[in-house]
Design a protein around this ligand. Structure first.
Ligand code: NAD
Length: 260
């Protein structure tokens, strides 16, 4: 009997914001499945050690420090991947997050412009800049798959928990992803979104109070927060050939919150 082929053997995969949290678990999952993974992060704090950890397992991984909100860095990153690897099969635009609450506000009347602009820059424009250069490369090579990490905050309105600017950025990102899915379907480029609710990442486990953790778990019909592996599993499936007919969808991985 021959050993089963790994799903991502000979594939070049990019994961942004891949040094911690959901992106870290997703990068490891692609590497385990045989991909050559390029993972980026704004900070160089965790990337080199994680790269070494992946390589020790015999997996292929490379860390690049890069800011998704910087147009020149976004363009340079894809040029570098094209030069070194010749192609980009999969891109996961995962970098993002909620900024500190004091920069935000939850209403239109009290949201500060600075917080609004930062959230839109990271969670909406960052994905636009990523896809712009990823899609240019994928058009040249004749196809590819993109998954953007959204949030159920971009699907439902929860004024008590999240912020106006984060929710609006994620909602805009979902619409932009559908736009790209429709526009580039004929070019064999698929674009989908995974939409987590609260995820038990290393950071949320370390920094959230027990009260907040049980509040978040209680929001879910499953009565728990999601594990980062669940988001990675959904992303790997959406990017794989098994999902060849799936484009323009937003897949909630949220324990049923979006269905309520
Ligand atoms: N954790 C959750 O509960 C949750 C829920 C819903 C959606 N999400 C989404 O999942 C994604 C990952 O979140 P996470 O919880 O793993 O967060 P995280 O903070 O643990 O990881 C995000 C990573 O992105 C990096 N990053 C931030 N700004 C960047 C920039 N400008 N350029 C490049 N990298 C940058 C950070 O340094 C960090 O390593 C985000 O898009 C977030 O909005 C998270």
């Amino acid at each position: 009997m021959t050993a089963s082929r790994k799903r991502y053997e000979n594939k070049i995969v990019l994961v942004t914001g891949g040094a911690t949290g959901i992106g870290k678990i997703t990068s490891a999952a692609f590497a385990r499945e045989g991909a050559s993974v390029v993972f980026t992060d704004l900070s160089a704090e965790h990337g080199p050690a994680f790269e070494a950890q992946l390589r020790e397992q015999g997996w292929q991984a490379r860390f690049v420090q890069s800011d998704v909100t910087d147009p020149a860095q976004s363009e340079g990153l894809i040029a570098d991947i094209a030069q070194r690897h010749g192609r980009l099969d999969v891109a996961v635009n995962n970098a993002g997050g909620i900024l500190a609450p004091d920069e935000l506000g939850t209403g239109v009347h009290d949201t500060l412009e600075e917080g609004w602009n930062k959230n839109i820059a990271l969670n909406l424009s960052g994905v636009f800049l990523g896809m712009k250069y990823q899609i240019r490369q994928m058009l040249k090579q004749g196809g590819g798959a993109i998954v953007n990490t959204g949030s159920i905050a971009g699907l439902i309105v929860d004024v008590d928990f999240t912020s106006l600017s984060y929710s609006t950025a994620k909602a805009g990102m979902i619409h932009m992803s559908k736009w790209a899915a429709v526009m580039y379907a004929k070019n064999h480029i698929r674009v989908n979104v995974v939409a987590p609710a609260a995820v038990a990442t290393e950071a949320t486990k370390a920094f959230l109070s027990d009260e907040m953790k049980s509040f978040l778990a209680g929001q879910s019909p499953m009565q728990r927060m999601s594990e980062p592996e669940e988001i990675a599993n959904a992303t790997l499936w959406l990017c794989s050939d098994e999902a060849y007919g799936v484009t323009g969808v937003t897949l909630p991985v949220d324990g049923g919150i979006a269905a309520k």
